[in-house]
Design a protein around this ligand. Sequence first.
Ligand code: AP5
Length: 214
Amino acid sequence: MNIVLLGPPGAGKGTQAKVLAKKLNVPHISTGDLLRQNVAAGSELGAKAKDYMNKGLLVPDALVTQMLGERFKQAELKTGFILDGYPRNLNQAKELDVLLAGLSMRIDKAIDLVSSEAVIIQRLSGRLVCRTCGSLFHKTNMPPKKEGVCDACGGELYQRTDDKEETIRNRLVVYREEVAALLKYYKEKGLLVSVNADGEASLVLDKIIELLRK
Ligand code: AP5
């Protein structure tokens, strides 16, 4: 199964992708995580991407697509993959098809996680991320057992710099500008399924699995 997870910031793409990837035994590839790793490592790509990310803007397509192409070369893709955060616009969707065609692969399903603005703001303003392993928590929705400490690896939890309310609103504006064309693209290919992602994470996961079985 080659899956792309679509949806606004905070819809739960990362949360669902991590669990699904384990269940399906496929790699979880998140362009947001890859970009943040580059920023943290101080790489040339990270330096170019940082300002866009802090403003809630998309990093230029060419940079992200090249980074994804490199990641695809390293990943074990035989059983499939879950792509989270890419594509973000029509151009990236087409670029992805080209990248995959080069590997004799294609997308099997595009899962759109639909979430309301109030839920998104609540989720993102309370999100905590592990600096070491990337596990996701939430101050109230999914609190860690010990404050500030990752349940999975004991690493330090931090708040993303782009999870400030003003930046979240910019990210939502960018998302809304691009999403219609992206959804149309996958709908016309017969690959699009939508899931209401406002509910509890385990219920959202059940709905996704049900849709994948069909
Ligand atoms: P990225 O990291 O991809 O951010 P995003 O798309 O804005 O999505 P998020 O990671 O914020 O949210 P999510 O849907 O994964 O939610 P999560 O599971 O964490 O991108 C960041 C930036 O990088 C972009 O703004 C851009 O600058 C750049 N970028 C990345 N990809 C790019 C691309 N392709 N092209 C150009 N630029 C790119 O959940 C959020 C919180 O809610 C967590 O605290 C979680 O615990 C909680 N939660 C999740 N689900 C539930 C639930 N069901 N119930 C209760 N709480 C929940």
